[in-house]
Design a protein around this ligand. Structure first.
Ligand code: URP
Ligand code: ZN
Ligand code: ZN
Length: 496
């Protein structure tokens, strides 16, 4: 037996187990997991020194250089190299990002455009979700099945944003196709008309501060749309993932559907577990940096509801929703992206781009605030950080676990005795965004090494990412392996 790399003295963690053993790697894949592997000539070795080893992170919700972030009104701070370098430095070895179909254009064109932006530039492995804005017969039943064959097996749809939103009938068109071609559907649930109405009313009253973004979208805006999306999923007997869930009211609705054994999955994000609405009230320009949709919620106790949902499996995946926009232009001038600066130096919520950067901090936040603070087990961490996303998006077991035959993507953490606090500072991060909403947050640890297909690609001693542009691989994904349609119908209607 022949190996390229042996990692010794680690505690190997999967979604099910943990075991003290060595990992033998050959040709970028895990070849063997066993205690006391013999030393081999020419084989590199790494001493994990008693630290945990977890699968490389799979971040299944990342916006990278989306065409003018279509419909969201902002230019992405990151290109494919900076976003994926940032991923590796935070322990994430796979990302799934969005190829957007502009209305009136084809899904295939969106994918061609996105390959051009990513293929020669990515440094971690990656796949694409489609964002569907025009679910007509041809796109859904001619183009979509071809893209599924190319390994693009998931799509996101929006219930809000003028340029993106679908009405209920259009959502049904998407769900019928999703069921037929085994595509995972992700839904952004917010009630567009209520947001528009509230925004107009608030603007008329001069209530334009960053925190009025939250005023315009109280929890019921999210929970009403969530309830509607789940009703449509049940009507079409289609699995569905509700993305970036923030409100306890929406969590309750999702939990009820899951208790009824509907194949409903849910995602939450670090910012809803760590931050709250008070961030939007910070001095000067700081509030504008924490505007995202759905908004950070006002009641600080809601964060504990998020942690509860992470621990009790209501949430399937923990994703960054990395959506970075710079707040200084290239000359260092503030308010570069915010219109109307003179009237409101803090930024008018209506024109502040929605979204926060976070691809690098996602995994360390979940490890430090979740596992090391005792809120979740190491196994639950692996499930939320890697395994479930790999299963839901058709990459398992190539990605998302540590077993013989899997890609050798992993994070080596420090053992209890070697652990050291890590203060998050934007200057240390590898993205191209000029802020992090977690500035000065002190974590209990940071990934010591990130390994992608058997190569050390990040070393925390030097804080260096060692992977050349283009070394990331496009993943041709299969269909979800989590429970799917149940063949239970609400009327005599059946799909063809
Ligand atoms: O505020 C957010 N979440 N921006 C990114 C776009 C989206 O809807 O996920
Ligand atoms: Zn969204
Ligand atoms: Zn998003």
């Amino acid at each position: 037996f022949d190996l390229d790399l042996i990692i010794r003295n680690g505690i190997v963690v999967t979604a099910a187990d943990q075991v003290a053993c060595d990992i033998g790697i050959k040709h970028g894949k895990i070849s063997i997991l066993a205690a006391g592997l013999p030393s081999l000539d020419g084989c590199q070795e790494i001493d994990a020194d008693g630290g945990y080893i977890t699968p490389g992170g799979v971040d299944s919700h990342v916006h990278v250089a989306q065409s003018a972030a279509k419909g969201l009104g902002a230019r992405s701070a990151d290109d494919w190299t900076s976003a994926t370098r940032s991923a590796l430095a935070g322990g994430t070895t796979t990302i799934l990002a969005f190829a957007v179909q502009a209305r009136g254009t084809s899904l295939a064109d969106a994918v061609i455009d996105y390959h051009k932006k990513s293929d020669d530039f990515a440094v971690c492995d990656y796949g694409f979700h489609l964002i569907v804005t025009d679910p007509n017969e041809h796109q859904m039943h001619s183009e979509l099945p071809k893209l599924v064959k190319e390994g693009i097996t998931s799509m996101k749809i929006y219930m809000t944003y003028v340029d993106l939103k679908l009405n209920d009938g259009e959502i049904l068109n998407v769900l019928v196709a999703a069921r037929k071609y085994k595509v995972t559907t992700m839904v952004h649930c917010e009630n567009a008309d209520v947001i528009d109405w509230m925004t107009k009313s608030l603007q008329e009253r001069g209530m334009t501060e960053p925190w009025h973004h939250g005023t315009s979208r109280p929890p019921i805006v999210e929970s009403e749309a969530t309830n509607r999306a789940l009703a449509l999923a049940e009507l079409m007997d289609t699995p569905m993932l509700i993305v970036h869930v923030s409100a306890p009211e929406a969590i309750n609705i999702i939990r009820k559907a899951q208790t009824r054994l509907l194949p409903i999955y849910a995602e939450t994000c670090p910012h809803y577990a760590i931050l709250d609405g008070s961030q939007m009230r910070k001095e000067g320009f700081e509030g504008a940096k924490c505007v995202c949709a759905p908004p950070l919620r006002d009641d600080p106790k809601d964060k504990e509801r998020i942690w509860e949902g992470l621990a009790n499996s209501t949430f399937t995946v923990f994703s960054s929703d990395h959506a970075p926009t710079c707040y200084n232009d290239e000359h260092g001038k503030q308010l570069g992206l915010i219109k109307n600066p003179t009237n409101n130096p803090r930024g008018n919520f209506k024109t502040i781009p929605n979204g926060l950067p976070g691809v690098e901090t996602r995994t360390p936040l979940l490890w430090s605030e979740g596992v090391l603070k005792g809120r979740i087990t190491p196994q639950k961490f692996v499930e939320l950080n890697s395994t479930n996303a790999a299963k839901l998006y058709g990459m398992y077991p190539q990605k998302g676990t540590l077993q013989s035959g899997s890609d050798a993507d992993l994070i080596i953490w420090r053992s209890d005795k070697n652990r050291r606090p890590y203060k998050i500072e934007n200057s240390k991060l590898h993205h191209a965004c000029d802020y992090t909403p977690y500035e000065d947050v002190v974590l209990e640890d940071w990934p010591r090494y990130t390994i992608l297909r058997g190569k050390v690609v990040y070393d925390s001693e030097t804080n260096e990412v060692m992977a050349p542009p283009g070394s990331g691989r496009f993943l041709q994904r299969g269909s979800s392996t989590l429970p799917g349609p149940r063949n239970q119908w609400l009327s005599e209607w059946r799909p063809e």
